[in-house]
Design a protein around this ligand. Structure first.
Ligand SMILES: NC(=O)C1=CN([C@@H]2O[C@H](COP(=O)(O)OP(=O)(O)OC[C@H]3O[C@@H](n4cnc5c(N)ncnc54)[C@H](OP(=O)(O)O)[C@@H]3O)[C@@H](O)[C@H]2O)C=CC1
Ligand SMILES: O=C(O)[C@@H]1CCC=N1
Length: 279
């Protein structure tokens, strides 16, 4: 199987590195292109056998699966580059939420899927959110999921919920890291503990909490209940957190969804000349 990546920025290069490190793909199975060619070339130079191409059409040539790892407003140009060369048996995979399956199916005659990855896939964990177009047969889905399984847990989702599931799965690492950073900075400011030590302890705590929530089978409420002894220190601090953060995640979700609608409107104008409503 040959796999292409158009766009070797943060996510494109992260996926390539994870697929190679996990043994899912060898460099000789991979072709890359990027708007700024030297970046694609630099990546290919690190992996003997990887093919770096000047054009997106060149990267697509001979690929069974082609990941489009560019930003939403860069999609139309890439799709225009690929339209004349893609064959019906090739599969393209968009990794961004505001580009709809219908936008891509309207332009391209090949198989179409959307997979929203997460930075956590770099360490072969977290989900990859899968949405399939009409021409994806069961064997196509199985082939794509077999690839994704090397670095993630593929989850099929309804396109209508792409935004909220992406918030949890793909934006989540940034949100939780922000909260952890605030916790660590406050620890340094309030007590004088070394930042590195505080960071190391907090990171180990986050990993352990994640394991309790997954392999440990505990819910967030159960963890809180077990840690917060009635009348104890954690219980008092949790009360403060409840009070001070009330409604903040509702606002966060409204913010991501408003930005999503803005991007979707622009992408829709680029693809079909009119706006489309979405969640
Ligand atoms: N970052 C994340 O955690 C996640 C990101 N995503 C999605 O991944 C997509 C990419 O994000 P990210 O990697 O962070 O963004 P980056 O800006 O890091 O990467 C985008 C890449 O696309 C290249 N590019 C732009 N236009 C073209 C073109 N016409 N032809 C070829 N290459 C082109 C850019 O090239 P140049 O070097 O010239 O800038 C750049 O390298 C986004 O749509 C985002 O929504 C999805 C899940 C998680
Ligand atoms: O398109 C998206 O939804 C992803 C999630 C994180 C960044 N971009």
């Amino acid at each position: 199987m040959n796999v292409g990546f158009i766009g070797t920025g943060t996510m494109g290069s992260l996926l390539i590195e994870a697929f190679i490190a996990s043994g899912a793909l060898s460099p000789s199975q991979i072709a890359v292109s990027n708007r700024t060619f030297p970046k694609a070339k630099a990546l290919a130079d690190r992996y003997l056998g990887m093919r770096a191409e000047y054009t997106n059409a060149g990267a697509a040539y001979g690929c069974d699966i082609l990941f489009l790892c560019v930003k939403p407003l860069e999609f139309k140009k890439v799709v225009d580059d690929l339209k004349p060369v893609l064959k019906p048996n090739q599969m393209i995979v968009s990794i961004t939420s505001p580009v709809l399956i219908s936008h891509l199916e309207g332009e391209l005659k090949c198989k179409v899927a959307k997979v929203i990855p997460s930075i956590t896939n770099y360490v072969w964990s977290g989900a990859s959110l899968c949405i399939y177009g009409k021409s994806m047969q069961e064997e196509d889905k199985a082939r794509l999921e077999a690839l994704l399984t090397h670095i993630s847990e593929p989850l099929c989702i309804d396109e209508d919920y792409t935004r909220i599931v992406s918030d949890l799965s793909s934006c989540g690492p940034a949100f939780i890291s922000f909260l952890l950073e605030q916790f660590v900075e406050a620890a340094v400011e309030e007590t004088g503990i070394g930042r590195q030590e505080a960071q190391r302890v907090a990171s180990a705590m986050l990993l352990g909490t994640g394991l309790l929530l997954t392999e440990g089978g505990l819910t967030p409420a159960e963890i809180q209940e077990r840690v917060a002894v009635p009348g104890g220190i954690t219980a008092k601090a949790l009360n403060l957190l409840r009070r001070e953060t009330n409604g903040v995640f509702n606002q966060l979700i409204r913010t991501t969804h408003a930005k999503f609608r803005e991007d979707l409107a622009k992408v829709s104008v680029a693809f079909i000349g009119e706006e489309v409503n979405g969640q």
